[in-house]
Design a protein around this ligand. Structure first.
Ligand SMILES: [Mn+2]
Length: 261
C-alpha cells in the first residue's frame, strides 16, 4: 500500500518545510522528489506569519509538476487554507472595507502578512489557488483545513463544498469574501463534548471515519510549548486528528503518516 503523508500549516516557513520533507524521505537535499508513489496532502495556510509564503507555494507547485512526470509516481494534494484567502482578498480588494472586522482587507492581511508575498503573487498563483479543494477523502479520512463548522453550511458533499469554494474564489464582491473569511476563521468546532457530536455530523454528511485538520495549533488545545509538539493530537474520541504543529509560532512541525489500514 502506498504511503499517505499529511503536512500541517507551514505559514511561510519554507526552510522548515524542506527539513520536514527531507526527514520524511520525500525529497533529496537538492529538492528533488524521492517519495516514489507516496501521496502528500498539505492542509493549507502556506502564507502569512512567516516570510516566504509564495516560495512555499512555488515549491509545492514544483513538487506537483515533478510527480506528474514520474510514471507510477506520487501524488501531491494541496488544500486551501483561510490565509490564502486573506492574501488574495488583500490583493483583490485592498483598502476596501471588510464589514465583518471593521478595517480594510489590506490592513487585516498586513497584521500577519509578509510584504513580499503580496508583491510576488501572480495571476498564475491565483489560478492555482482557485482550484484547490476545501476537503478530500484519503483512505477514509476526511482531510480539511479548519476545525470550523461552516463546511456544513457550504455544501452537503465533498464535491459540493469544493465547488462552492471555487465559486467563492472567483467572486469580486468584497462582502462575499468578508463573510467567507469570517466563517473560515472559526475554530475548535470538534473540541469538547459538543465538538464530538459535530465531528460525528461532519463524518455522517461528508463520509469518512476520522477528520484530519490543521488551522488551530495543537498548542491551543494542549498548552504545550510549540517546541515540544512533534506529533499530531488525536481527540474527540479518536474522531479527530489535529496536524497543526505551530510552525507559524516557532514549532518544528511534523509529518503525519497515516496508518496503513
Ligand atoms: Mn488557518
Amino acid at each position: 500500500m502506498s504511503p499517505i503523508f499529511i503536512i500541517g500549516d507551514i505559514h511561510g516557513h519554507y526552510d522548515r518545510l524542506l527539513i520536514l520533507l527531507r526527514d520524511a524521505g520525500l525529497i533529496r537535499s537538492n529538492l528533488v522528489w524521492c517519495g516514489a508513489d507516496a501521496t502528500v496532502c498539505f492542509v493549507g495556510d502556506y502564507v502569512n506569519r512567516g516570510e516566504k509564503g509564495i516560495t512555499v507555494m512555488d515549491y509545492i507547485i514544483s513538487l506537483e509538476l515533478q510527480v506528474q512526470h514520474l510514471e507510477g509516481g506520487g501524488k501531491i494534494i494541496p488544500l486551501l487554507g483561510n490565509h490564502e484567502v486573506v492574501l488574495l482578498a488583500a490583493q483583490r480588494f485592498g483598502n476596501r472595507h471588510d464589514p465583518n472586522i471593521g478595517k480594510s482587507f489590506y490592513d487585516d492581511w498586513r497584521e500577519l502578512g509578509a510584504e513580499n508575498d503580496l508583491r510576488e503573487m501572480t495571476p498564475e498563483h491565483i489560478a492555482w489557488l482557485t482550484h484547490l479543494p476545501a476537503m478530500v477523502l484519503l483512505r477514509n479520512r476526511l482531510v480539511l483545513h479548519a476545525d470550523a463548522p461552516f463546511y456544513l453550511q457550504y455544501g452537503t458533499s465533498i464535491e459540493g463544498v469544493n465547488q462552492r469554494f471555487e465559486t467563492l474564489m472567483r467572486s469580486y464582491d468584497p462582502l462575499v469574501f468578508s463573510n467567507w473569511l469570517r466563517d473560515f476563521a472559526g475554530h475548535l468546532a470538534f473540541w469538547g463534548e459538543d465538538g464530538t457530536h459535530q465531528a460525528r455530523e461532519f463524518l455522517r454528511v461528508f463520509g469518512g471515519t476520522q477528520i484530519i485538520h490543521g488551522h488551530t495549533t495543537i498548542q491551543t488545545m494542549t498548552e504545550q510549548q510549540p517546541d515540544y509538539i512533534l506529533s499530531p493530537l488525536v481527540y474527540a474520541e479518536n474522531l479527530c486528528v489535529n496536524v497543526d504543529g505551530a510552525v507559524g509560532h516557532g514549532g518544528k512541525g511534523f509529518v503525519y503518516r497515516l496508518p496503513d489500514d
